[in-house]
Design a binder for this molecule. Structure first.
Ligand code: KIV
Length: 291
């Protein structure tokens, strides 16, 4: 809280202090103004404008098709409402994996046009040099290890990652490389809880888990999954905190029924002329308004 009693915007130093103090960090995805307003009211620590928007907003099967322009649009909607949570925007597939100058230009564009506080990128040591360049521009970066949905075509499944020694060792060295490159946080997706615990202990920077157990410094989930809005499938790590699908479906069915039964709109939701307005209209012979 500030002196005026207002909640101050969350900063990286506050998030790092939360790790030091053992206070867990709560993060959710958001893609639009109305949900970001709710996250703001709930005093969410962090918001991710995830490229999962490709799935839950646009209906694509993978996150690959979403563009920098699409991400900027979603992030602008979110930052109009989210004034206190720390807002991170996913760099979409193809915007950073190739030429690092292009990656820097895309990261700068996202920061300039959205007012977000950081960007997130999937990958380990292979993108460390690019991360260094982006961090050197003054842009905070969140890494992303474990299940990397942008690489789905390489792996062919969304299964649990790093269950075996070699992959677990690679993940640990990637995490250290990302910290060294300047990431202030790393998302750990769908890896054994034991490995996430070890990585979290080994790092000074923050770990944010999704399907990575309770010992990460914070947790992130796709909002549409945990609020029961996206029901096409539900990974094991998803817990339903609300059932928006059924609530909204009931509402939509009721609306449709009332329209057909002439129950909606009723007098309460209509604008009818009062007696005085009717008198004036008759006097002035405004035929469109009277029979
Ligand atoms: O895009 C996204 O929502 C993410 C989370 C799954 C971490 O990257």
């Amino acid at each position: 809280m500030s002196v005026e009693g207002k909640v101050k915007p969350t900063t990286i130093s506050k998030l790092l202090a939360m790790k030091q103090n053992g206070e867990k960090i709560a993060m959710l995805t958001a893609y639009d103004y109305t949900f970001a307003s709710i996250a703001e009211q709930a005093q969410m620590d962090m918001i991710l404008v995830g490229d999962s928007a490709a799935n839950v907003m646009a209906g694509y099967e993978t996150t690959l098709p979403i563009t920098v322009d699409n991400m900027i649009y979603h992030a602008q909607c979110v930052t109009r409402a989210a004034k206190t949570p720390f807002v991170v925007v996913d760099m979409p597939f193809g915007s950073y994996q190739g030429n690092s100058d292009v990656a820097v230009a895309n990261a700068i564009r996202i920061m300039k046009e959205t007012g977000a506080s950081a960007i997130k990128m999937e990958g380990g040591i292979e993108i460390a040099d690019t991360i260094k360049k982006i961090v050197n521009c003054g842009i905070p970066v969140v890494g992303h290890l474990g299940l990397a949905p942008q690489s789905i075509n390489k792996y062919g499944s969304y299964g649990v990652r790093a269950k075996e020694q070699q992959e677990a060792e690679k993940l640990m060295s990637d995490a250290l490389a990302l910290q060294e490159a300047g990431c202030f946080a790393i998302t750990l997706e769908k890896i054994p809880a034991e490995l996430a615990t070890k990585v979290t202990k080994a790092l000074d920077v923050i770990t944010i888990g999704i399907g990575a157990g309770v010992n990460c410094d914070g947790q992130i989930v796709v909002t549409d999954d945990i609020m029961g809005k996206f029901t096409d499938f539900a990974p094991k790590f998803v817990k339903k905190f609300a059932n928006l699908h059924d609530t909204v479906l009931d509402g939509v069915r009721q609306y449709s029924k009332e329209v057909k039964d002439l129950e909606f709109p009723s007098k309460k939701e209509s604008f009818e002329l009062n007696e005085r307005e009717k008198e004036i209209i008759i006097k002035k012979k405004w035929k469109v308004l009277i029979q």
